[in-house]
Design a protein around this ligand. Sequence first.
Ligand SMILES: Nc1ncnc2c1ncn2[C@@H]1O[C@H](COP(=O)(O)OP(=O)(O)O)[C@@H](O)[C@H]1O
Ligand SMILES: [Mg+2]
Length: 491
Amino acid sequence: MSEGHDLELLIKSHHPIILIESHEEPRMLQLISRIGIKQYKPVYRWSITDGLKRQDIDLGSGDDKADEEEVLWKIRDGQNEGIYVLCDYHPYLTKPLLIRLLKDIALAHEQSKITLVMLSHRITLPPELSRLAASAKFSMPTRAELENIVKETAREWRQRHKQSVKTDQESFNLLIQNLSGVTTEDARRLARTAIFNDGSISASDIPMVMKAKHNLLRGDEVLSFEFDTARFSDVGGLSRLKGWLEQRKPVFHGEADAASLDPPKGIMLLGVQGGGKSLAAKAVAGLFSVPLLRLDFANIYNKYHGESERNLRESLSTAEAMAPCVLWIDEIEKGISTGSSDGGTSQRILGTLLTWMAEKKQPVFLVATANDIERLPAELVRKGRFDEIFFVDLPDKAVRQEIFAIHLARREQDVTRFNTAVLAEMSEGFSGAEIEQAVVSALYATHAQGSTLENHHIEEELLGTRPLSVVMYEKVDYLRQWASERTVPAG
Ligand SMILES: Nc1ncnc2c1ncn2[C@@H]1O[C@H](COP(=O)(O)OP(=O)(O)O)[C@@H](O)[C@H]1O
Ligand SMILES: [Mg+2]
């Protein structure tokens, strides 16, 4: 394995500080010890709980407790050549004294031959140190290695239970595909998750593996795994959008022998609130039969300066690790407004997103939704960014009829008992969300009275509602005009 190769080179090439971001501390420590032995350098390990200790050989433990400050004084003043691994030092990187001590050690590197290795799941170096540091990258297991991991895990189960693990080729392949992008140790854990619950690898294990993998990759709120996708049969109208997607589904999955066709990149759904954009975004994942990841732009902004772009980059690479998938950014304008009051952060976030969109290689289909065009940066809606920008207009009469039928049926009402044509006639200017609301309110009202739902109940609700398109006529009108020049209709 050439896993440690990079790291070895980094240590040899005299970088005073080396960063390793990894969840696999034991494996990394092993690796570093091996490098130390090869290079005739002692390896020390520090953590706040154990203090400073020799890592490569066991010298019996003296009293070497040292806190985050003492350890740096010891290393700095001791001048003992070696590799010093600081495990989970990242929380302390805010104190000026500690930063200066680290810098002292790094600057003396040529004479002292001291290499500092910072090993954490995640590290952000203060600018004073970042130019003195290099980060080591570790490659993820290959497909063949993943297959071995799953087979080994299956063998382990068989030995324990004296029977074979049940599986079929398709589920096996699906599991391997879903394990890509994680480290060896995590792949092993996930394989156990799939196999050890019931001694089989089946299609039903996949969502659980995806979820667990997702949690491993990202412990935070920026990117979330959405269990609920939708079907296009739940969505009234948007027939052009649906046709467009259906045409591209085989190419997205790399099935069509269509080398001349560009793989679909993504779409933007633009339109009035309540028109079913979010619902449609979920239905894209349902139609493509791939997982749905939701990227929350509002949560990308982080209190640490410079962290937001990194947050976004990490989320995007997680999405790539989970490909094929749909990446959904709801109300994208909220994350990248055109205002410049934030010192350019949103501009850089936008830049990061655009670069990724242009360069991504994995089948990650981006679906962005937006309500407010005034806050949408022009760069984002320029031709060629998205494959298409669809305008989700208010439903016409036929579509409104469809939406009534969908929501009545969803609430166990016999649609044939209703005159949906009349309801559609009366709901001119209503959005899908408002139609749903009318059905729900009418159901509540009849439930309270102990009666069954009739047409007139819903009609009364409609008469008592002033839809958004009426209340905010000018805004909707402006949106329509804007869209007519720049977008294609989704319906
Ligand atoms: N075209 C539609 N067909 C069926 N239901 C719809 C439609 N549009 C809206 N709805 C209902 O309204 C809810 C809210 O719509 P949503 O997708 O959040 O709208 P948007 O994202 O455009 O603001 C949906 O979950 C769905 O129940
Ligand atoms: Mg929405």
